[in-house]
Design a protein around this ligand. Structure first.
Ligand code: NAD
Length: 507
């Protein structure tokens, strides 16, 4: 494991940091096992409540200084972080792949996303525009400006162990906020590595210690962040179950929650589709990252006239899939994150069969040489009805459901007929169909694509979804506004005090 030394990962690491300094941690030890081979990678000492309080105090103090740094100067720090990530892309990408189980290419791709969001944030640091408005009163000027919020709490999921944090923190920082990260307890070493990489940049630039806090631990750390009125914004990525808990707790104190939760993403394959593109998009979307992306394709809604042809092509494509060590670039599908996820996959297969689903590619857990971790499963395909309970749920594994449709209205109704609303796509070369799908009568998701699959996204767009996906938007476009507070300012440079709406008030 040549990649651990450059990232300064030791046998036992502290899971508590204020950004520049790692602090002694007083919580339980978390052991990180690789789903690739079941071996222990290293351990992390988690933070307890007193460690959390230390990190909060440092963050509060750091904010009073950091908010006074001009935004472009904050952007310069983020630019240097991007450079550091370029330097460490290879070891960090390998660690992501080894600790999380995604393919090496996806591990590198995830670090590239971090670099890309740094570049985006640097440009944004010279923008953060507010509008100016024409006042209805003479000799008055009216405009709006954006100020930082304070501490941003970031709760992240295991499947994007580093990118999701960077989407949040890079934007939050250029906006003038300080961050406290609660990474997934399933991928703690990726978080420790990020802190080591970034602390060098922060130290070199005399950035106030506390802007990049981290407390590794179980869900209780997420609960502390959610309940803490000193944290005006909690950005939480993970399951809908988690989001409902976080949303309720943050809402009860009237804080802000930015929620990025589960998806149940579908591709509609029209009879007018380019079937080769459709198959490639569907297979990559369904089996990439072993079905553990929030944007994974879980449902194919296929026009009856091309249904059999799509089925045959899928069968042929699935026969070619190579399942195994994700660090070996010849393999297409790596492991699930842990045995708990494997058991969730098995339960979904049973539930699907019970409801009448017919498997055209059978699932199952793999064992034997190369599969010793017990986390490798077969990507599978079932023919189902849209109303099956199991089809309405997100199972975080490579299970693909096929459904048939006759009219586009029916296909859109099936696509929208689930509680989640993250990513969606239509494969069609027919302009009317494509436009209907993108219109107000079309997809109800935060992401709607034409002739590309559901999986993955570019950082330039706002990322997130509707309904049980939580409604949050991160990353590109104007997602930065979630990390700032808007202030409307009116300045009177006349010698009068005219009131709005022409109201007269004589004293
Ligand atoms: P998870 O909900 O089990 O855990 C996510 C994080 O929330 C972890 O850090 C966990 O410790 C914390 N947490 C759990 N319960 C909590 C609570 N009650 N209060 C506060 N924090 C709590 O999710 P996971 O298994 O790590 O990730 C998979 C899920 O994440 C999938 O549903 C996937 O779709 C979703 N996801 C969504 C997006 C998106 O952008 N929409 C991105 C990645 C993953």
């Amino acid at each position: 494991m040549d990649f651990l030394a450059p990232l300064k990962i030791e046998a036992l690491n502290s899971g508590v940091s204020t950004g520049i300094s790692s602090l002694p941690a007083h919580g339980e030890i978390i052991e990180s096992y690789s789903p690739v081979n079941g071996k222990l990678i290293a351990t992390v000492k988690s933070g307890d409540k007193s460690d959390y309080e230390t990190v909060i105090a440092k963050a509060q103090a750091a904010f009073t200084e950091w908010r006074t740094w001009p935004a472009p100067r904050r952007g310069e720090i983020v630019r240097q972080i991007g450079e550091a990530l370029r330097t460490y892309k290879e070891p960090l990408g390998k660690l992501v792949s080894y600790e999380m189980g995604k393919s090496l290419q996806e591990g590198y791709g995830e670090v590239q996303e971090m670099i890309d969001i740094c570049d985006f944030a640097v440009g944004l640091s010279r923008q953060l525009y507010g509008l100016s408005m024409h006042s209805e009163r003479p000799a008055h000027r009216m405009y709006e400006q954006w100020h930082p919020l304070g501490i941003v709490g970031i709760i992240s999921a295991f499947n994007f162990p580093v990118a999701v944090w960077s989407w949040n923190s890079m934007l939050a920082w250029i906006c003038g906020n300080v961050c406290i990260w609660k990474p997934s307890e399933k991928t703690p070493l990726c978080a420790v590595a990020c802190h080591h990489i970034i602390s060098e940049v922060l130290k070199r630039n005399n950035v106030p210690d506390g802007i990049n806090g981290m407390v590794i631990g179980g869900r209780e750390v997420g609960e502390w962040l959610s309940a803490d009125a000193r944290i005006p914004l909690v950005s939480a990525t993970g399951s809908t179950r988690m989001g409902k808990a976080v949303g309720a707790t943050v809402g009860a104190r009237l804080g802000r929650a930015l929620l990025e939760l589960g998806g149940n993403n579908a591709i509609i394959i029209s009879k007018y589709a380019d079937l080769d593109i459709a198959i490639r998009g569907a297979v990559f979307g369904a089996v990439g990252t072993a079905g553990q992306r929030c944007t994974t394709t879980r449902r194919l809604i296929i026009h009856e006239e091309v249904y059999d042809s799509i089925k045959d092509k899928l069968l042929a494509a699935y026969k070619q899939l190579r399942i195994g060590n994700p660090l070996d670039e010849n393999n297409h599908v790596g492991p699930l994150i842990d045995k708990g996820a494997v058991s969730g996959y098995q339960k979904a297969l049973e539930a699907c069969k019970k409801e009448g689903g017919r498997f055209i590619v059978e699932g199952g857990v793999l064992d034997g040489n190369g599969y010793e971790s017990g986390c490798y499963v077969k990507p599978c395909i079932a023919e189902v009805e849209p109303h099956f309970k199991i089809v309405e749920q997100e199972t975080f594994a490579p299970i693909l459901y096929l459904m048939k449709y006759t009219t586009l209205d029916e296909a859109i109704a099936i696509q929208n007929g689930v509680p989640q609303g993250l990513s969606s796509s239509i494969m069609t070369l027919n302009l009317r169909e494509a436009e209907q799908f993108l219109s107000a009568m079309g997809s109800d998701c935060g992401i709607a694509n034409v002739n590309i699959g559901t999986s993955g996204a570019e950082i330039g767009g706002a990322f997130g979804g509707e309904k049980e996906t939580g409604g949050g938007r991160e990353s590109g476009s104007d997602a930065w506004k979630a990390y700032m507070r808007r202030q409307t300012n009116t300045i009177n440079y006349s010698t009068q005090l005219p009131l709005a709406q022409g109201i007269k008030f004589h004293v």
